[in-house]
Design a protein around this ligand. Structure first.
Ligand code: GDP
Ligand code: MG
Length: 370
């Protein structure tokens, strides 16, 4: 149910809290300033004090922000978005770096690449692939908790000398819960004690049946260290993407997800955004969580300025007034007024929720007496 604290209600009406309390007292209700009252009571109070009330439902404010109609009228293929998961020390970072470096064209800024949280490479068949560069189950879980579905394919890294470990199993469960296909990359195949066959049979226990065991899960043996079979891995990802037939409409205002964000000393708030639908352009008015702004510049994963970014493209976005949170969904809106309406509403919602918690809703009697 919608609720508000007496303090917040008074603030919004620019009335004194004590006057609200007095009015409620006249109606036989005893309250402290920190108490939470329901929306109907709040409306009565406000009207009694001569204010007009406009109750805004979340659906009104957020209406049309995401999944707007017209999405389906012009779908074109988009690159797959891949997350690498697996147990600690099995080689996630090494693999991400190896794939990235193998793809860096010589002479490109001396081979120095930006780390913006995501990058794009090209598979041997010429198809682009986007990697989320922040391996880790925490990020994956945080995004899913915010309703952001970012990943199309999970590459499950399992070290051939170590086998299936607790975080391997966690990753399998994450991928399954998100309904995302797994490609198994058996890593460290260069090691003398590598036992890829053992990995395959261990995976069977978790119902991951790779192709060589008669299943349908794509698999490849790799060495991030020796850069063995990296092209094969990219080919498999491209193949998996074709099977998924990933499509999106580039001709609409952009929507996406914040992959990471920070406050940069020189540049101000910088957010890496994965565009998922539509095309983001310099000059667009954007909202993410309770932050908004106007896109001042877009930079690709090589640090180069771009004027626009389409579906599955990761870009650094400059122009937010403050840093949003990783996992926040981003949308382009038509005006600054609309952006303000949304962010103010979300800010208020956050405050109300915090106040409701602070007011001790659900606190036990024991706690209240101590
Ligand atoms: P992460 O924790 O999954 O990100 O794993 P890292 O990429 O940090 O790798 C953990 C350790 O394994 C590092 O010492 C790497 O050098 C090593 N390593 C990663 N890939 C390979 C590989 O293919 N072969 C060998 N021999 N060592 C590897
Ligand atoms: Mg790592």
């Amino acid at each position: 149910p919608e609720t508000i604290t007496i303090q917040e209600l008074a603030n919004r009406m620019s009335e004194r809290g004590v006057d609200v309390i007095k009015l409620l007292m006249k109606q036989g209700q005893m309250h402290k300033i920190t108490d939470v009252i329901d929306a109907d009571t709040a409306q009565l109070v406000a009207e009694e004090l001569g204010h007009s009330v406009k109750r805004v439902a979340e659906s009104d404010v957020e209406e049309g922000l995401f999944d707007t109609p017209g999405e389906d009228d012009h779908l074109v293929s988009r690159p797959p978005v891949v997350t690498i998961m697996g147990h600690v020390d099995h080689g996630k970072t090494s693999l991400l770096d190896a794939i990235r470096q193998a793809n860096v064209v010589s002479g490109e800024a001396g081979g120095i690449t930006q780390h913006i949280g995501a990058y794009q490479v090209v598979a041997p068949n010429g198809a682009p692939i986007t990697f989320i560069d922040t391996p880790g189950h925490a990020a994956f879980t945080a995004m899913r908790a915010r309703g952001a579905k970012v990943t199309d394919v999970v590459v499950l890294v399992v070290a051939a000398d170590d086998g299936v470990m607790p975080q391997t199993i966690e990753a399998i469960n994450h991928a399954r819960a998100a309904n995302v296909p797994i490609i198994v990359a058996i890593n460290k195949i260069d090691k003398p004690d590598a036992k890829p066959e053992r990995v395959r049979s261990e995976l069977l226990q978790y119902e991951v049946q790779v192709e060589s065991m008669g299943g349908e899960t794509l698999e490849v043996e790799v060495s991030a260290l020796k850069r063995t079979n990296l092209d094969k891995l990219l080919e498999l990802i491209a193949l998996q993407a074709e099977l998924l037939d990933l499509k999106s409409n580039p001709d609409r205002p952009a929507e996406g997800t914040v992959i990471e964000a920070r406050l940069d000393r020189g540049r101000g708030p910088v957010a890496t955004v994965l565009v998922q639908r539509g095309t983001m352009r310099v000059g667009d008015i954007i909202v993410a969580g309770s932050q908004s702004g106007r896109v001042r510049a877009l930079l690709d994963d090589k640090g180069a300025n771009v004027t626009s970014a389409g579906p599955s493209f990761p870009v650094e976005v400059l122009g937010f007034a403050g840093a949003p949170d990783a996992g926040d969904r981003v949308a382009v809106v038509e005006s600054e007024a609309r952006a303000r309406e949304i962010t103010e509403y979300r800010e208020r919602l956050k405050r109300d929720k915090a106040a409701a918690r602070g007011a001790g809703a659900g606190r036990s009697l024991v706690e209240m007496m101590s």
